[in-house]
Design a protein around this ligand. Sequence first.
Ligand SMILES: Cc1ncc(COP(=O)(O)O)c(C=O)c1O
Length: 469
Amino acid sequence: MSDSATTTRTAELLALERQYCSFGDTVHYLEPPKVFARCQGSYLYDDEGTPYLDLQMWYSAASFGYGNQRLQEALKRQLDRLPQLACQYLHAEKVEVAARLARYCEQRFGVKGRVHFNVGGSQAIEDSLKIVRNSTGKNLMFAFMGGYHGRTLGASAITSSYRYRRRYGHFGDRGQFVFYPYCFRCLYGLRRETCNLYCHDQFAKLFESEYYGVWDPQAGASEYGAFYIEAVQGTGGYVIPPPGYFRRLKETCDQRKILIVDDEIQMGFYRTGKFWAVEHLGITPDIIVFGKALTNGLNPLSGLWAREDLITPELFPPGSTHSTFSSNPLGTAVALETLKMLEEEDYAAQVNEKGAYFLAGLRDLQGRYPRVIGQVDGLGLALRIEVCQEDGITPDRELADRIFAEGLKGDLTAGGRRYGLVLDIGGYYKNVFTLAPSLAITRAEIDVALDLLDQLFRRCRGASSAPAR
Ligand SMILES: Cc1ncc(COP(=O)(O)O)c(C=O)c1O
């Protein structure tokens, strides 16, 4: 398309969107929103064919690369064979995906369990809430400050930020939000090296007296059925917890008969270098919720694994959460191929090696913009850059927004080629670049990413204040 035809077409789309589309089902972080025409590998392409290196990969829904041939072939095969089937009947892929996931968990955690499907992440969270309510008889949950579990009503109730709950009235089952060990911004002003996990002890203290309102000594029970965790906070800014924290938390929850529900919707399937991010924590959760990357952003499929005694058909009978598209065969076919791919290739080694390389590059970048980059950190290919003011700690949301917008202009160059950069901003203060590159990203692409980030920091922060390289 010529430049003027593209501009006209974009203007038409935006006008139609303004008139006919709800804005409630999306957020345009840039106005007007960017229009993309094609995707492949680590790149999105605009109408002019400019590649935008994507460092967020649809919030990890497309972790295995856009247009991943193996996964797309699986989808196409299923499209020609059995694309539609009501969930009341059985098809092989559903059962095989469930068996593979359950066997993986059994082998990894030594616990038998079953797998239950739905379509989106929030829906699977809803299903997990039903399982907790059904097995414990309790409808109150602990969850973390900065946690994100989705935007259906039940998921919003256990998501801390008001932005997801305001406008919708009173949430009687609102989560009890507990400080996540976000050591760079410790709520207690302590340092990780010397705090001895004080934040955990403050949580454990809540059970010492009924006056703290979470423990009834007469009943010998808590009103809280489960604690919802993310091993690495996603929307909260890829916050990586300190070693040992979750083991202590699990002990405290076990003592009080509070289940652990592990939300792996964003971090599961090797984003952090392990199949489940929770495997870094040294604990066994009671329920694991998954979605996104399982189908690489093709036909959606989400679900959960739960310990046998929580989900046995006698306790959680047929139809407890049934949804028309829950184990749709296009989704299960891709999911099965994804699981086979993860078994055949050494993702742990690949992701950890690439993650270490990327993180080393980010540390260099931080060295060039000390203080403005307050912190970089990463686990596997879940990486974070915390953007701060010159004091090295005050969040600089404006600078993060400027860099984000500049990246989408598509006018950067690297190796003589024109590029854009797709970033995502998260964090409690919306000042953290949460980097989730394709797990298939190459070293050469990581070098391009680091070069483009450097250009953006230099451009947006003002060339004069950046130290000479
Ligand atoms: C950790 C986590 N939980 C739940 C969800 C909700 O999933 P979905 O958007 O598919 O409903 C998300 C989505 O970003 C997420 O990152």
